[in-house]
Design a protein around this ligand. Structure first.
Ligand code: ARG
Length: 579
């Protein structure tokens, strides 16, 4: 609906420009918002206030000309001018009811993609295998998974790529440490985290050790068999830890999605050669670099993308260039989305630019860094254990489930143990995921068990509970949420407000898919749950005064239930029938 209104306004602007009322060449971002107070219509735009100045008119005068120039549309029943010059749009209730009937009759709730279906590569999770997966990898994994699910819902072909860090200097360090104490190697590897810390300590303390580590990296890159054997052992153990986390999280990632840094090894010399052939390489202190004019440091000197070190080793950037080429040329991606920490923004800006300049990436492949902020502790500082160590993801998930178990048992002590466990898992894991997904992707956020497990506010427990309320209405009537369809006839204010919001599901998902922002879906579902509450309080279903009214309300409830459930599933949460 907002898109429709935006298009109507655009047509009116074009008309006024042709008539000379507006100067040519204006390209304003047309804003259309939901109104708070339905006596002001369903949607409002401030476009007349934005353009009054260039038009040389008072905002209300321009608003009048705009209203006169707006093309008629079946979904808009009337347009009014309010206050200083807002345009208020009233949605036509019959058109609205038709949209809802279409949604009710369709498995995909009437949601279709505008524009062509695409092949989308989603780079997500991508932990470093040298260590155990920790909380820092949570965000990439679950935000990436949610966006991938939304793209798939639209019918895009999604290719998940888990670009694990299974190569590079940190492995030199680990192999050097193994070499020093070959006897105890097997037992020490059981605790990867511990082993990593010990090796890191040696690396930081001893120059000789650090040199040896760097040497071993080169040997590993040359395919020395003993190095390779040890390295494979690391990876197998580490990957099994990751898979365990994915399953606990209910994230759609399998071993088939892994294409780690090492997969590109054979291509790295070719990448450097191709850059050289294009005349893009410069040698600087023995290293092979690409300097791009558009990237400069604070002193105004160009910044390099280093693709090969003086000792011959390749870097993170080199591998990323190879993976960009693979994703564009071999996987034939229309879009490649990188769910990677915001702190790597410059890395991606620079490597994207190099990949384009070198022709590694087709012109019609879009490369998009979907950066995210840091997860902090409740104190607002980087998330750490009490003794200052990194928090293991698996420990965090255990605690979430335990807390949820206590919570659910407190509310519902008579539930059978097995069901209690099932609910605790959905609520606990869901709370961790939802707390993350509901924040704007690019902002930092504080991890807080109390807040995320609250039954009030924009939380997983609140939304999971909202769905069970809808489900219980149907249980009481002995009906099925998925069974009924038809055309609702919303009349009461609360019915109309709920109906209008229900009709916006596809538009919201479109924004999530385009911008990679799952919090938009969270905010929508939260709003929908609130609208359902006031509808449910004010418009009785079970005791409605006529059968027609009851049927119409049931239809609204059914569509609310299906939308909540579908939305939760797209976020990677596990909806419950009761809790
Ligand atoms: N392993 C990297 C890290 O933990 C993230 C990799 C992201 N993906 C990529 N194509 N660079 O920082």
């Amino acid at each position: 609906m907002k898109d429709t209104i935006r298009q109507l306004i655009q047509q009116a602007l074009t008309r006024l420009t042709d008539d000379g009322v507006l100067p040519a060449g204006l390209t304003p971002a047309i804003q259309v918002e939901n109104t708070k107070d339905k006596s002001h219509g369903d949607f409002a735009s401030n476009i007349a206030m934005m353009l009054a100045k260039p038009a040389g008119l008072k905002p209300r005068q321009l608003a009048e000309k705009l209203v006169a120039a707006l093309p008629a549309d079946a979904s808009v029943s009337k347009v009014e001018i309010a206050g200083p010059g807002f345009l208020n749009f009233f949605q036509d209730s019959e058109a609205l009811a038709r949209r809802l009937a279409i949604a009710l009759a369709d498995e995909r709730l009437g949601v279709r993609k505008h524009g062509d279906l695409q092949r989308v590569v989603v780079d997500l999770s991508s932990p470093n295998l040298a260590k155990e997966m920790h909380v820092g990898h949570l965000r990439s994994t679950i935000i990436g998974d949610a966006v991938a699910r939304v793209l798939e819902f639209f019918g895009d072909v999604v290719i998940r790529q888990n670009h694990v860090g299974d190569w590079g200097t940190q492995f030199g360090m680990l192999l050097a440490h193994l070499e020093e104490k070959p006897a105890s190697a097997e037992s020490e590897l059981a605790d990867l985290e511990q082993f990593y810390r010990a090796a890191k300590k040696r690396f930081d303390e001893s120059e000789a050790f650090a040199d040896r580590a760097r040497e071993l990296v080169v040997q590993l890159q040359a395919g020395e068999p003993e190095c390779l054997r040890l390295w494979q052992r690391f990876n197998a153990i580490s990957l099994s830890h990751c898979q365990e986390v994915y399953e606990r999280l209910g994230v759609r990632l399998t071993p088939d999605d892994i294409r780690g840094e090492s997969a590109y090894n054979d291509e790295l010399p070719g990448i450097v050669q191709a850059l050289r052939d294009k005349g893009l390489l410069t040698e600087s202190e023995g290293a092979q670099c690409v300097f791009l004019d558009e990237f400069k440091n604070a002193e105004g000197n160009p910044l390099p993308v280093i693709v090969q070190k003086a000792g011959g080793g390749y870097l993170y950037a080199t591998t990323d260039l190879a993976s960009m080429r693979y994703r564009s040329q071999v996987l034939k991606a229309d879009r490649v989305l990188y769910f990677v920490d915001q702190r790597q923004a410059l890395h991606f800006q620079m490597t994207f630019a190099v990949a384009r300049r070198a022709g590694f990436v087709r012109d019609d492949t879009a490369l998009e860094h979907m950066g995210f902020g840091t997860m902090n502790g409740a104190d607002g500082r980087p998330f750490k254990t009490r003794d200052g160590g990194t928090v293991k993801l698996i420990d965090l998930l255990d605690e979430a489930e335990q807390r949820a178990y206590a919570l659910v048992k407190g509310k519902n002590p008579e539930l059978p143990e097995e069901e209690l466990r099932h609910i605790a898992r959905a609520v606990g894991i869901g709370a961790v995921k939802y707390a993350d997904l509901s924040k704007h992707r690019t902002s930092d956020y504080s991890f807080n068990f109390e807040l995320m497990l609250s039954f009030e506010g924009n939380t997983a427990p609140y939304l999971l509970y909202a769905y069970t309320r809808v489900a219980s209405v149907f249980r009481k009537l002995g009906r099925e949420i998925d069974e009924i369809d038809g055309s609702p006839a919303p009349e009461a204010e609360q019915e109309l407000a709920l109906a209008a919001r229900l009709a916006q599901f596809g538009e919201v998902l479109g924004n999530v898919a385009e911008k990679g922002l799952p919090h938009l879906l969270c905010a929508y579902l939260y709003d929908l749950a609130g609208l359902f509450s006031s509808f449910y309080e004010n418009c009785p279903i079970l005791t409605a005064d006529t059968p027609a009214r009851q049927q119409s309300r049931l239809l609204l409830a059914a569509l609310t239930g299906r939308t909540l459930r579908q939305g939760l599933e797209l976020l990677g949460l596990d909806p419950l029938e009761r809790m």
